[in-house]
Write a protein that binds this ligand. Sequence first.
Ligand code: PMP
Length: 431
Amino acid sequence: SPLLPVVGQDLNAPLIHGGQVRYANLDYAASAPALEDVAAHLNEVLPYYASVHRGAGFASQVSTSVYENARKIVANFVGARPDDTVIFTRHTTDSLNLLAGCVQSILTQKGFTEGRSNVHGEVLYLDIEHHANLLPWQALPHRSVVAADSIAATLARVETQLRAGNVLLLAVTGASNVTGEVLPVNELAALAHRYGARIVVDAAQLAPHRRIDLSASGIDYLAFSGHKLYAPFGAGVLVGRSDWLDTGKPHLAGGGAVTEVRLESTRWSDGPARHEAGSPNVLGAATLAKAAATLAALDAQDWHSHEQQLREYLVAGFAAIEGVNVHSLFSDSADYPECGSIGVVNFSITGYDAGLVAAYLSAEHGVGVRDGKFCAHPLLNRLGLPSGSLRASFGVGSRLEDAQRLIEGVSALLRDGLGWDYVVDAGRWVP
Ligand code: PMP
């Protein structure tokens, strides 16, 4: 049974092959279904939906309080420090681009000093990053590190680069969106700080599955998206140390981000307002915060073991089928208590195109998985999967039966073949 109820999972729908199929959503890592209590909260807030911060009307006051309360809930969810800023963005990609803009400003702004010296340096990132945590840094002075086949060796490679000097910011993912493996972000934060660098963690995949504590870990910046956290699309967050954020170029220029505007010059606000010009996504922030509060109330042990059981079941099922290959990065995750894997299994089937398998699983078995290169081209190429692989991913709304259906679908493919012809239409396989 699921750990938490999610919207759109009709457990009573009949499971009929070739007719109405009970859909097994194994694509949570792309976008997770909304929690039922998130949907309920959306309905609660919807009647008071109004412009925030500037209106004196009742609905506007309620909306402002919902929006600012959401900020506090997010700060609690990630254990933010008192001087951290919580900025609502559109999604993780937006959050990381916002931070990159700030880094660019402080690198080019004369006189921005931290301690004794002017800030300078490069951004260091791993080759396993999602493009969202790679492309924004490519526009700045940067270096990259190829992850090794163990966490220990990867940490050593990162340390070598940090020791070489001139690293301003280490940008790493909290969990790989390709393999689901969790990175030792606390150790990476300590390492970055030892060499005078800051760290940003792309928590798009980590936040929906693990507790994160900025105060305890020292992580400087954190980015994640509502739509992977069991809330709807359209809202994300960037949380982190306010000095860079208050100095950086405003993410968007416009109303709400200023304290004073003259025809030729502008004084920008500090705090979140600096980067939140325009009418903000109140419903997005409120639902993201509701999801965060619900996850925060979970018993961590139940949370992790639910996903762990499903993952182990799926991996064991695949291991018993000849021709299925499960892909992962690190051989020594077990040596790192904070690591392991979130609810993701990456796999391929010998002799079958990944897109074809995904289309077959959807059409014949009602199973939704993702195929392709997962916006992580450098990693897929390095893993020898230049035409992509498949990813099954799950979370609090998933059932063992979903994983079972996937195993049965893959077995049926290898036993019976496709059943009918699939052709490529508009770049996708279709029956
Ligand atoms: N980072 C990681 C690790 C991701 O998995 C994703 C989404 N696939 C992103 C960043 C980008 O998230 P969004 O599309 O919500 O901006």
